[in-house]
Design a protein around this ligand. Sequence first.
Ligand code: KG4
Ligand code: ZN
Length: 395
Amino acid sequence: MKILGIETSCDETGICIIETGENTDNPKIKILGNQLYSQIALHTQYGGVYPMMAKREHALNLTPQLEKCLEEAGMLKLKVESKKLKELEEKVREILAREPEMCGEVIKLTEKIERPDIDAIAVTNGPGLEPALWVGVTFAKAISEIWNIPLIPTNHMEGHIVVAPLVNEAEPKTYTLKPINYPAIALLISGGHTQLVLVNEENRKLKYEIVGNTKDDAIGEAFDKVARILGLPYPGGPQISKLAEKERQEFPDKKTSYPLPRPMIHSGDLNFSFSGIKTAVLYTVKEIPDLTDSVKQEIAREFEDAVVEVIVKKTEKSVEQFGAKTIIIGGGVSANKKIRTDFAKLAEKLGIDFMVPEFSASTDNAFMIALAGYINIMSGQKPEKDFKANGNLSL
Ligand code: KG4
Ligand code: ZN
């Protein structure tokens, strides 16, 4: 089965084509093409992502990314004779009414090339920035209509979970899925989410129950805001992480001069709060007359220590509460080195499995969407035509 994944929930325009093997119990999953256009350089200038700007960039980039991806997959075949898609054009114009420029590009490309041999299209329909999501959804609907390919709406957060059990095979760009010991606890940490999810499997269908959530900011948002306070560029997560690591290497045993709170660590429930710690950093910085690089480094380390301590503690608590046999971490913040190390240690201490996506699959990408689409098709999800983008879509 060949699946095309489309991701536009935030600031990455992703298109990916995967091919899965015949063995339905543990199929090989091969990436045939994987294109990711990052808008980070654009958003860095403004210190964050503006939804309407993200939307415009997705609209500009989706068609060329699709063409590149098909070419990479060896699936781009020019038509011998370019034929007008007269009968379809009206329908496509209707679907893409809100994206007139993209509409022209889509029609031009699909008139030029043969229908690719793709069995399904999986597209992120939420959660995320709604205007950005809509571009991906309408684009997917248009090419699904033109090429008559079934369409599977896909949850972005599920994508972040399903890439964690992937194991690299000897062949390049080829993976299998390591079986998960259920129940599992998935900690989803990204720019928009901080959730503890209880994951179970029933009749080959994955079941999710959100058992912990943030009451205010997401952890990635806190990384980004603290970075901004320290004068570091967007996205702040990797910047903070780099400074914190340097501080740990240079001063492994140093007691911090800028202690920060561990928000809600003893709250007794599985919820989180990250807006207070951002304010605490702001007040700390206001008191410092000279915010030198070495001070920034020390604050970055204390901030990272504080938030990681909280997520480790809450995850441990949830594992005990639900008798989990596996810890999964996913979402952009799971690219963080300290988080990966500390969670591996936690799982070892508890004697349970630990799964984390490889670095390149941690942050937003379309591979995870194609994979989630495949898993859901195999467990019986039916294609849909009339669905909406939903910025607040829940698991
Ligand atoms: O999942 P993702 O790519 O996009 C969303 O769905 O939000 O996550 C992006 C978030 C940003 O807040 C970014 O700063 C954070 O992930 N991030 C990191 C690291 N790499 C990315 N945070 C901490 N350490 C990192 N190494
Ligand atoms: Zn994400």
